[in-house]
Design a protein around this ligand. Sequence first.
Ligand SMILES: NC(=O)c1ccc[n+]([C@@H]2O[C@H](COP(=O)([O-])OP(=O)(O)OC[C@H]3O[C@@H](n4cnc5c(N)ncnc54)[C@H](OP(=O)(O)O)[C@@H]3O)[C@@H](O)[C@H]2O)c1
Length: 260
Amino acid sequence: MLLQNKVALITGSGRGIGRAIAKLFAAEGAAVFLTARTETELSATANEITAGGGRTMFQVADLSLAKDCRTIAKSAEEKFGRVDILVNNAGHYGPVLPVEEYPLEEFEKVLAVHLRAAFLLSQLVLPGMYARNSGVILNVSSISAKAAFGWGSAYAAAKAGMIGLTRVNAAEAARKGVRVNAICPGPVTETIMSRELGAELAKKLNVSKEDQLAGFLETILQGRGQSADEIASAALFLCSDHASAITGQAINVDGGAVYF
Ligand SMILES: NC(=O)c1ccc[n+]([C@@H]2O[C@H](COP(=O)([O-])OP(=O)(O)OC[C@H]3O[C@@H](n4cnc5c(N)ncnc54)[C@H](OP(=O)(O)O)[C@@H]3O)[C@@H](O)[C@H]2O)c1
């Protein structure tokens, strides 16, 4: 097992990519601390993990609030003794609007949950990681940080910010036993976020949801989206000792969509 005796704090783990990461990490031996806003989803994910013989706990939190980030980092460390792996995955897309119409309040909310929460949670778990000279942080960014898609300014800015944070944090942490990387998924079409975004884009473009999706997937080398399980596999690699020489990177898991 790749994560035997590790403790992982995974945000946004009630559904979608976070849930897939939590299930895979638990199957690989990690104790996983789950968090999101929807208790029923957290509880369902926790039950699946427990049924599979894994160790897990969950706590409801709104990570767009700094106080909730502090509570979660403290709880995870108290409940499982430490945090070896932090996966900053929680987030929403926000409004699908051009820059000139984008409400400031929504812009700030998107930045808060993706970027500020990643910063705060990293800040809170790093002292323990440094004390143990060991740890991994994985920031779930997006190809939106690298491509030029319209109508998602806050999301793209937050995801690009996460890559900047990844590099700075990696530079500071590299000689203290801690690796920090980002992962940039392409379209994971099974998740709620992706489906809602597709529906909004289709409406704006005045095409069917099916045509909007097919048009986008056609631009990808593999001609398909990625599954949450494929993103989780890459996350597992990056958080395991198999990636012991990889830090400060933003790795695309996108079937061939962007190239830097
Ligand atoms: N799907 C894609 O195509 C794709 C592509 C690239 C990157 N990503 C990134 O992958 C990550 C997961 O997305 P997904 O596609 O799996 O979406 P999803 O199914 O909607 O899952 C998002 C998760 O984040 C949680 N979350 C959202 N806002 C939160 C908040 N304020 N506080 C705490 N938890 C919050 C959600 O739970 P609650 O709503 O219950 O809080 C949920 O568990 C996101 O960072 C997303 O940007 C997704």
